[in-house]
Design a protein around this ligand. Structure first.
Ligand SMILES: C[S@@+](CC[C@H](N)C(=O)[O-])C[C@H]1O[C@@H](n2cnc3c(N)ncnc32)[C@H](O)[C@@H]1O
Length: 428
């Protein structure tokens, strides 16, 4: 998620408002008015304003995917009384880096002279200068997740020796590959599909005096096996998401294992498990209410859509709080995936959750366990030390009264997207 830039670092509003100031959408960001990005907009606008403003912004942004002077945007707007509002919107979007300003994208930008010189020496200056506006926030958050990093570091240090050739698949800032290099690996391949992030990793490596790291740009699935000589005998990959499999850890690990790694390479992680439990909640989510608001906004009757939405299970990536919504079943492992032997990433499974106490069954929650080695299990279980990952929480459209001993029957499917379904409740 894009964070707000501290106000003090921003161009003053009056300067920003100059008609010739050229703006465009931050190429590293895009606005989609769903889940995460809504959250982002609600950081900027008060709740009540959100809907109308979202619709206004969409119209404004439509036009500014290429450099566009503020004057060009406002002058063509039919109602002149909207002009200050447009500038306000743009400024707010600029403050959270959704919109960028030409002058700051120019070479030299706002970087201080010292770091600029260091970047020149690194030979990746232009990438990093442009990178002043690329989204690095998730990498900062991930570096702050000490549970995650100490687990990976431990597993890496336990596996890596002087004969190790390590592939860091999805290296991000390079941190895991650097751990491997520091643990004595003969060679590390740090692979990253985002060029700006790879340039950053390379610069971090250079400044940290880490050697033997080969930085490779591209998606692992697009790389040819002969790019890797010697072949990696250890794979380290942290491509786990809040929705567990959405970064395609299964597919990319299998592809690397089968095409790019030495036979029987060590995989970190080598096994993944998905656990689910049911919980109590008396809340009735009112998702359809939003659709009714669209009816008002456009003066159309969207109530048939609201009915469908109201009947669906709502899926959130959020922190499950056992204190607020008590568990109604034991966590149950619904799937274990051994990445060393997995031959098909697609799976489906049926499973039962036995109700442990009477209550209102309001939803179910899923989380992962990742075996980094036999003794190092990284998990985002709500009962384990907190990580930067949230859990995957589904809310039922309406709570269902259940009794101890009832069996909640569910199934799960993964076909590129992980989907859970409530099939029924077998009464005790
Ligand atoms: C969750 S981040 C982890 C970054 C870093 N390894 C760490 O632990 O801090 C995943 C990174 O992998 C990259 N990535 C995901 N799948 C990839 C693939 N198949 N090939 C190359 N990079 C990939 C993403 O762009 C992202 O930077």
């Amino acid at each position: 998620m894009v964070e707000k830039t501290p106000k003090s670092d921003l161009m003053p509003k009056s300067t920003f408002a100059r008609r010739h100031t050229r703006v465009k959408i931050n190429p590293e960001t895009y606005i989609r008015f769903d889940g995460t990005k809504e959250l982002l907009l609600s950081n900027v606008y008060s709740d009540g304003q959100a809907l109308q403003i979202q619709s206004d912004i969409m119209l404004i942004l439509w036009d500014i995917t290429e450099w566009k002077a503020i004057g060009e945007i406002t002058d063509t707007w039919p109602d002149p009384s909207d002009h200050p509002k447009i500038i306000d919107h743009l400024y707010n979007l600029y403050s959270i880096q959704v919109v960028v300003v030409e002058s700051e994208m120019a070479e030299g930008g706002t970087t201080d002279a010292k770091s600029s010189t260091a970047m020149e020496q690194g030979g990746i200056a232009s990438n990093l200068h442009k990178g002043l506006h690329f989204n690095t926030d998730n990498h900062v958050t991930m570096l702050g997740d000490h549970v995650r990093l100490s687990s990976y570091r431990r597993a890496i240090e336990r596996s890596v020796g002087p004969e190790s050739v390590v592939m860091d698949l999805g290296c991000g800032t390079g941190v895991l590959g650097f751990f491997a290099a520091k643990a004595g690996a003969k060679k590390v391949y740090a692979i990253e599909k985002r060029q700006d992030i790879l340039a950053l990793a390379s610069e971090i490596g250079r400044r940290s005096h880490v050697e033997n790291v080969d930085f490779i740009f591209g998606a692992s699935s697009q790389l040819e096996p002969d790019r890797f000589d010697p072949k990696p005998n250890i794979l380290v990959a942290e491509i786990l998401g809040n929705q567990i499999l959405e970064e395609h850890v299964l597919e990319f690990t299998m592809d690397a294992r089968d095409r790019l790694l030495a036979p029987n390479a060590t995989l970190i992680p080598y096994k993944l498990g998905i656990d689910v439990f049911a919980f109590e909640s008396k809340r009735v989510p009112q998702r359809g209410a939003r659709v009714h608001a669209y009816s008002e906004l456009y003066n159309l009757d969207f109530s048939p859509l609201a009915d469908i939405v109201d009947a669906k299970h709502m899926r959130h990536t959020m922190r499950y709080n056992p204190q607020m919504d008590a568990p109604l079943s034991e966590p149950t492992t619904i799937k274990e995936l051994d990445l060393r032997t997995l031959d098909n990433p697609i799976f489906s499974a049926e499973y039962d959750l036995t109700v442990t106490q009477d209550g209102h069954f309001g939803g179910y929650c899923a989380y992962f366990n990742a075996w980094l080695d036999e003794d190092t299990i990284l998990t985002n279980s709500p009962w384990a030390p907190e990580t930067h990952w949230t859990q995957l929480v589904h809310m039922l459209p309406k709570p269902i009264l259940v009794n101890e001993g009832d069996v909640i029957q569910m199934d799960v499917v993964y076909d590129g997207i992980l989907r859970f379904q409530l099939k029924g409740i077998k009464r005790n």
